[in-house]
Design a binder for this molecule. Structure first.
Ligand SMILES: Cc1cc2nc3c(=O)[nH]c(=O)nc-3n(C[C@H](O)[C@H](O)[C@H](O)COP(=O)(O)OP(=O)(O)OC[C@H]3O[C@@H](n4cnc5c(N)ncnc54)[C@H](O)[C@@H]3O)c2cc1C
Length: 424
């Protein structure tokens, strides 16, 4: 029997999106052994996307933790998944055992690290004042929502997805919001200039103040330990009784590194999501893996990535190993806009835009002749077609896409029987 398949027991560290899905997929595939799902948070596994969206808009949208839970408590009992609340402090790879902060320990046949990531903070004076938030957990979101209810003016540092989603929710709750971004546009690392420009226009139209090319020098208090202003690098001061720091995350790799596993911008895994130790896998936000299409080593932060990784590990552990080759996709909701991204557009050299409605269009991103990614703004049908086309490797060439009357749906219909994309 191959190493890394059919273990007697599986211990999963991290009961978030990826950890939960690993346990659920193992049972769906008939895995008969013991499953222990260990999570540091004192709640059932839940989904994070609503935390920066509907959850913030107030009680009429999502009131209780239960609304976020991936499954109710009975599910875990029914599926014989042992849910343990606790912090894993170390792994002993030789003994195949993890230890928790309370002194307890669990032996494993296979260990899955699904430890996620922690939000970065700002290294400036005043970063520890009350009213200064980061957003990763349900607890963070509850604190942020309470702050928002009492806030007059909010400043968001960082125009990434989480910062902009919060800004949209805060504007919809009638708050003054300023977003401060060090680069010259929002979402610079994740979307094309065309799509970024749409979000700039959308936020300005809805009353969000956006300041680009600005760093933060310090946060100032009100004399009672609560934030009162943000000082920009150019010396300007923005009054703020709520500050959200949305400057990205750091993968949680400490356990893996201390156990001697290679770590480089995330826990290093191979195409089957195995670490250097064949009895330990790593998945989701904490894992750096080889992307099948480009060969680039990637760390992605998305629900789809965590779920896809989890399903692959469950397949391997139940005897069907394969290389991870799923097409990445992602979404974000802000005001009346949903952006959906299929594929990875970094390094593209040509853009073709479909649709002439400034609030509903798709941007096709090509590297050379090859379609690499499609960003769809309020065009869900394009997104679905793009996922199929990119998944099969039968995207249009730039000149085909630029021809009058071109649609992704019609192109898909012509290539329905096309070959499956070569991977690797
Ligand atoms: C506010 C917010 C909005 C988002 N919106 C979207 C969206 O719209 N679309 C999208 O695709 N993605 C979105 N994401 C990203 C998505 O939620 C993550 O990519 C996904 O949750 C990653 O799953 P994971 O299992 O890798 O990590 P997580 O879900 O973060 O789970 C990791 C868990 O491990 C626990 N843990 C860590 N170390 C230990 C330890 N030593 N012992 C025990 N437990 C430990 C942590 O406490 C945590 O509960 C959003 C994320 C956030 C925070």
């Amino acid at each position: 029997m191959a190493v890394g398949t059919h273990p007697e027991s599986v211990v999963i560290v991290g009961a978030g999106q990826g950890g939960y899905q690993t346990a659920a997929s193992l049972r769906e595939r008939g895995y008969p052994g013991r499953i222990t799902l260990i999570g540091a948070e004192d709640t059932l596994p839940y989904e994070r996307p609503p935390l920066s969206k509907a959850y913030l808009k107030g009680p009429e949208h999502l009131t209780a933790d239960e609304h976020l839970w991936l499954r109710p408590a009975e599910y875990y009992a029914r599926q014989s998944i042992d849910l343990v609340t606790g912090v894993v402090t170390d792994i002993d790879p030789a003994a195949r055992r993890v230890r928790l902060a309370d002194g307890s320990g669990y032996d494993y046949g296979h260990l899955v690290l699904a430890t996620g990531a922690r939000p970065r903070t700002l290294d400036v004076p005043g970063a520890g004042l009350r009213g200064v938030h980061t957003l990763r957990s349900a607890r963070d979101a509850a604190a942020l929502r309470a702050s928002l209810a009492a806030a007059r003016g909010a400043v968001v540092v960082g125009a990434g997805f989480i910062g902009l989603e919060f800004a949209a929710a805060a504007r919809e709750s009638g708050r003054e919001v300023t977003v401060v971004e060090a680069l010259d546009r929002p979402l610079a690392r994740v979307v094309s200039a065309r799509t970024a420009e749409h979000f700039t226009r959308l936020h300005r139209r809805e009353g969000t103040r956006l300041l680009f090319g600005q760093g933060v020098a310090a946060l100032h208090g009100d004399g009672r330990g609560h934030v009162a202003a943000v000082e920009l690098a150019d010396g300007r001061r923005l009054p703020a009784d709520l500050v959200l720091i949305g400057v990205g995350v750091t993968p949680r790799t400490g356990l893996a590194a201390a156990a001697g596993l290679p770590v480089s911008g995330g826990i290093t895994v191979d195409s089957q999501l195995l670490t250097a130790d064949p009895h330990i896998s790593a998945i989701g936000d904490c894992a750096v893996f080889p992307e099948a299409r480009s060969g680039d080593r990637l760390r992605l932060e998305s629900v789809q990535n965590a779920v896809g990784h989890a399903q692959l590990v469950a397949e391997r552990l139940t005897g069907t190993p394969r290389a991870y080759d799923e097409l990445p996709w992602f979404w974000s909701d802000q005001f009346s806009t949903t952006v959906q991204i299929a594929g990875l557009g970094h390094g593209h050299d040509t853009e073709v835009v479909l649709g002439d409605d400034p609030d509903a269009f798709s941007v096709l991103l090509f590297r050379g002749e090859e379609l690499r990614a499609v960003e769809s703004v309020n065009r869900p049908a394009d997104h679905l077609a793009a996922r199929r086309l990119l998944g099969r490797g039968v995207g249009p060439r730039p000149e085909e896409a630029a021809a009058p009357g071109f649609t992704l749906k019609a192109h898909l219909a012509r290539h329905r029987e096309g070959p499956v994309a070569p991977v690797g």
